[in-house]
Design a protein around this ligand. Structure first.
Ligand code: DC
Length: 226
């Protein structure tokens, strides 16, 4: 029997990381943030000053990168060539530029292989954009986590404010819409609402409600497949 996969896809700012982490913790599953992998390669390319439109160089770089996700003390650490870049990959510069790496088929293939390997040894909660469509089309539970553009921009705005970063709400909203467009219109593995995914609109839900909804769905599926 294949290990259980809960695939959580959805647009930026829908709260996937928070929810995926909590669900994994409660069920004792491995939590994998695939966005962190695309971010990690982007950070490396930026640090090496590689031109982000030079696909050949980026593919070469990806092939020669030792990328690891390690869970330590309830935190997911992203290690690139031996260096912990967990914090650095969250910068605005990386967020803005990840679409270059994300649109290269050969690089997605490399990351998909890595992502699929986790299932060989663990039950997993994996979040991203293409988990249900490309990485694990046979995932036992697929979730599409959504929220309105305004709500996602508000969450992002408050997050940045909390960090002491002064930002303009309209500017943030524009960025959120821009990232949606890139995620949904990408030629390879765009973000899609799959017919077999459970759609959850989190606009008016609390974190606890979201986690409970997913765990309930898991119990139903586990019962059916077990
Ligand atoms: O989830 P995130 O915001 O950390 O993702 C960063 C970027 O990586 C985002 O622009 C979309 C891309 N991404 C992707 O193309 N496929 C995934 N499975 C996860 C993220």
């Amino acid at each position: 029997m294949k290990n259980f996969v809960i695939a959580i896809d959805g647009p930026a700012g829908a709260g996937k990381s928070t929810i995926a982490k909590l669900v994994a913790e409660r069920l004792g599953f491995l939590y994998i943030d695939t966005g962190a992998m695309y971010r990690a390669l982007t950070l490396k390319a930026l640090k090496k000053n590689l031109p982000l439109d030079d696909r050949k160089k980026l593919i070469e770089m990806a092939k020669n990168t030792d990328l690891k996700l390690i869970q330590k003390n309830k935190k997911l650490h992203v290690i690139v060539d031996g260096e912990d870049v967990s914090e650095e990959i969250r910068s605005e510069e990386v967020s803005r530029n990840t679409h270059y790496i994300a649109s290269i088929p050969e690089i997605r293939e490399i990351l998909w292989d890595m992502q699929r390997k986790y299932r060989e040894t663990h039950n997993i909660v994996m979040e991203g954009r293409d988990i249900g469509s490309k990485v694990f089309p046979d995932a036992q539970l697929k979730i599409y986590l959504d929220a309105s553009v305004d709500e996602r921009a508000k969450r992002r705005y408050l997050q940045l404010k909390e960090k002491g970063i002064d930002v303009d709400f309209e500017e943030i909203k524009k960025e959120v819409m821009e990232r949606d467009k890139k995620d949904k219109n990408r030629k390879i593995a765009p973000l899609v609402k799959l017919p077999d995914a459970v759609y959850i609109d989190t606009t008016n839900m609390t974190i606890e409600e979201e986690v409970e909804t997913i765990i309930k769905l898991y119990r139903e599926r586990e019962f059916k497949s077990g």
